[in-house]
Write a protein that binds this ligand. Structure first.
Ligand code: ATP
Ligand code: MG
Length: 243
């Protein structure tokens, strides 16, 4: 594994107006190496989603800085930030966030359209991404016509279609039953193993966390534990989908 830091956070603090007294992120510093698969754990409200949002440039810290692939996000204009999000970072949400009025293939292809690819290339990449996640034959369906696991796979296809080097996944198995959750985790592991995609995955589940090389644990906006996880997951999959 390369030792280049692809995500760096230095003394990052964030508070929201409504919770002015308690910082949501409190002077947090860490880095993630290229090719790492990090599981991010911690109780509800500890700041995990906020941290992912800052890494993705969807929100900005009050103080401190975030660097992606060596670039300080503070130095980027809106357009450059959108470009970085489009090309470098894929985001998978717990609630899938698919566009209900768009067909499966359109849900995957719109970021490719935004990237400016030609029509044939958009089609090729869309088909490839859907195939990668095992969604074949339902390209013309709408999200509501898919199971939760299928919707999450479409969401992953959308996130990887542009070939990002970083995948941020916010509880990708949180809404899924344990078997489906395991399929998603295998998919993430495969992306990490075979394509070297750096993954930061939020999870409440100890079994899911074993898919990562490393576990970060947050509490009250701080990283309170940073441990190398045992690589292979236990043989029996217990309770992956539940929190
Ligand atoms: N947009 C916002 N405005 C005000 N407060 C917010 C906002 N987003 C998050 N918070 C607060 O910041 C804290 C951290 O929220 P965050 O969503 O990062 O937690 P989390 O660790 O992801 O929790 P969960 O496991 O429940 O998803 C919470 O107390 C939350 O209420
Ligand atoms: Mg969250």
């Amino acid at each position: 594994m390369s030792r280049r830091a692809i995500i760096e956070l230095q003394q990052v603090s964030k508070r929201y107006a409504v919770s002015r007294d308690t910082p949501v992120l409190d002077n947090l510093s860490t880095e993630v190496m290229e090719g790492e698969f990090v599981s991010l754990m911690g109780p509800s409200g500890s700041g995990k989603t906020t941290l992912l949002n800052l890494i993705a440039g969807l929100d900005i810290p009050d103080s401190g800085w975030v660097k992606i692939d060596g670039t300080d996000l503070r130095t980027l204009r809106d357009r450059q930030l959108s470009k970085l999000r489009l090309h470098t970072i894929g985001f998978v949400f717990q609630s899938f966030n698919l566009l209900p009025a768009f067909r499966v293939e359109e849900n995957v292809s719109w970021p490719l359209d935004l990237c400016g690819h030609k029509r044939a290339e958009v089609r090729r990449r869309t088909a490839e991404a859907l195939q990668r996640v095992g969604i074949v034959g339902c390209e013309r369906r709408y999200p509501a016509e898919l199971s939760g696991g299928e919707q999450q796979r479409v969401a992953i296809a959308r996130a990887i279609a542009t070939g990002p080097s970083i995948l941020l996944a916010d509880e990708p198995t949180g809404n899924l039953d344990s078997h489906t959750g395991e399929t998603i985790l295998d998919l993430l592991r495969n992306l990490n193993d075979s394509e070297g995609v750096t993954i930061v995955m939020v999870t409440h589940n100890v079994f899911a966390a074993t898919y990562g090389h490393r576990t970060l644990e947050m509490h009250d906006g701080k990283i309170v534990r940073d441990v190398r996880a045992p690589a292979p997951p236990p043989v029996s999959a217990v309770d992956i989908g539940s929190r």
